[in-house]
Design a protein around this ligand. Structure first.
Ligand SMILES: Nc1ncnc2c1ncn2[C@@H]1O[C@H](COP(=O)(O)OP(=O)(O)OP(=O)(O)O)[C@@H](O)[C@H]1O
Ligand SMILES: [Mg+2]
Length: 339
């Protein structure tokens, strides 16, 4: 895939060396009775075709809202207040509503946090997936149906032709999730956003779905943004890990460096609580304390109130993400040194 040349909507060449997705300084705020709450604060990252970025961080730190912004689906009363999102070289925010609709479920597909809501209970899965295909392709009903069966088969649904006639409630949780993935993949997205896509499933099925995503990634060269509380799964699927805390990126690193030698005290806390052999399938552990609800009102480092290393300097000074090695950034005034 690395040599592939892509054409964007305006038929401009998108060189494979460029990132597929590039976010710079993205901020998202929600209107509240107490004024605007900046839930996501100057988040930047980029993703190349065929690569996977894992996003971790405890509940409420801004992972889903960041992901939704890529589809311009930030829920009301939220809005993007700053930053640029470039996808295949185009400014996503400058696209018309129609162009954005073409991208959703086309070049960018998302598996949502609550997969059950992704399927409509009154239609068979075959019909829904075929319909998703027809939204983006000029295909006859029969052609779309055959394509849907092909994808259901590809995601490992046995007897796909027969199962296509099932309604969502007639399938097991694992099979339903495969159907949701089939729907996301039928248009061969260049970017797949998976937001807790495997969380509801048992361990064996999770592992199967991860293998499936990796296979499909090899085959289609799609990039994946993988949001999960499961550090074990992130270590298996991601090329790079980004840790968010209270709406900000606190560490971003190649997966091996991150799991080998995390440098931010929050990341280190996440990993040291995990005994090595049990990291696989380990859910994000709890670190003492909790994040302030209005975290945007904190001055200095937002993790300082929970950090054993924090001093007055940390409480006064906003740490910037600093490069500590190639592709490794850390936002901490007291960062751990590499062993
Ligand atoms: N519809 C909304 N209205 C107001 N605030 C919201 C809304 N959706 C999200 N937020 C706020 O934005 C912040 C980030 O939420 P987000 O859903 O992105 O967190 P998350 O990291 O995905 O958490 P989780 O791990 O629980 O899924 C939260 O603090 C939340 O209070
Ligand atoms: Mg979420």
């Amino acid at each position: 895939m690395s040599e592939t040349r892509l054409l964007n909507k305006n038929n401009q060449l998108h060189e494979s060396g460029e990132p597929l997705l590039d976010l710079q300084g993205l901020s998202i705020a929600f209107k509240t009775d107490g004024g605007e709450f900046t839930a996501v604060d100057k988040v930047s990252f980029s993703l190349r075709p065929g690569r996977t970025l894992g996003i971790v961080g405890e509940s409420g730190c801004g992972k889903s809202v960041t992901a939704l912004s890529l589809l311009r689906l930030v829920p009301h009363p939220g809005r993007i207040t700053a930053g640029v999102i470039r996808f295949m070289g185009q400014d996503l925010m400058a696209l018309s509503a129609n162009e954005m609709r073409r991208i959703r479920g086309g070049d960018i597909a998302m598996i949502f946090q609550e997969p059950v809501t992704a399927l409509n209970p009154v239609f068979t899965i075959g019909d829904q997936i075929a319909e998703a295909y027809r939204l983006h392709h000029n295909a006859s009903a029969k052609e779309a149906h055959e394509t849907a069966i092909g994808v259901l088969d590809r995601v490992g649904i046995p007897g796909a032709r027969h199962r296509a006639k099932s309604y969502p409630h007639q399938l097991s949780g694992g099979m339903r999730q495969r159907a949701v993935i089939a729907m996301a993949l039928i248009s061969r997205p260049r970017l797949l956003i998976a937001d807790e896509a495997t969380t509801a499933l048992d361990t064996t099925i999770q592992a199967q779905i991860i293998d499936l995503l990796l296979d499909l990634q090899d085959e289609y060269g799609m990039a994946i943004l993988f949001i999960s509380h499961n550090l074990g799964i992130v270590s298996e699927i991601a090329d790079e890990v980004m840790v968010m805390y209270a709406g900000q990126v606190v560490e971003k690193a190649p997966t091996e460096s991150f799991f080998g030698a995390p440098r931010h005290p929050y990341s280190a806390g996440l990993l040291t609580t995990l005994p090595q052999p049990e990291r696989r399938n380990q859910i994000l552990p709890t670190i003492e304390g909790s994040v302030t609800v209005r975290y945007d009102q904190l001055t200095g480092c937002r993790f300082a109130p929970r950090c054993v290393k924090a001093d007055d300097f940390c409480r006064r000074t906003d740490p910037e993400l600093e490069a500590v090695a190639a592709g490794h950034g850390v936002a901490c005034l007291k960062m751990e040194f590499a062993p």
